[in-house]
Design a protein around this ligand. Structure first.
Ligand SMILES: [Zn+2]
Ligand SMILES: [Zn+2]
Ligand SMILES: [Zn+2]
Length: 153
């Protein structure tokens, strides 16, 4: 993929922002670089900390405002992983999550894992599940005492 280089991908997103009427600021650029560099599952405060390491003048409120606008522009999405603060991802890499209620570990899964459930719910109830917004809670293999059992599916 030619757009695989990080700065090129950040540039792609910034170009999309400009086309959609968004401004490109230093805080926004640093925020996107963080999201591209280290992937998702970072809270607004963690992202703010990382941006502030490089640009101490950027306020937490600026990060929140930027995340909101990047969400409106379809660049970033958030997921609720449990009781804590939301985790942010680039929209293009969004995916469903399983979160263990006992140890807090999370598992990223591909959309097709939920495909059957989504199709059934849509057919029976006309309801379109958003598979990315909330994590599915439960017990991980280790916490369910199932460590030796073969993986299913
Ligand atoms: Zn667990
Ligand atoms: Zn994830
Ligand atoms: Zn939400």
């Amino acid at each position: 993929m030619p757009g695989d280089d990080r700065s090129e991908r950040v540039e792609d997103v910034l170009a999309r922002l400009r086309r959609n009427g968004g401004r490109v600021t230093k805080a926004r650029q640093l925020l996107l670089e963080e999201l591209f560099d280290r992937g998702g599952h970072r809270t607004a405060e963690e992202l703010a900390g990382a941006v502030q390491d490089r640009a101490p003048e950027v306020h937490l409120s600026t990060i929140y405002r930027n995340l909101d606008e990047l969400e409106r522009l379809g660049v970033v999405t958030h997921s609720h992983m449990g009781h804590g603060p939301a985790a942010y991802h680039l929209a293009e890499t969004a995916h469903p999550h399983l979160v263990c209620e006992r140890c807090g570990s999370t598992i990223d899964v591909p959309d097709e894992v939920l495909g059957g459930l989504m199709a059934t719910v849509r057919r029976r109830y006309g309801f379109a599940i958003d598979p990315h917004h909330f994590a599915i809670p439960g017990r991980c293999r280790a916490c369910s005492g199932d460590a030796g059992a073969p993986a299913r599916g």
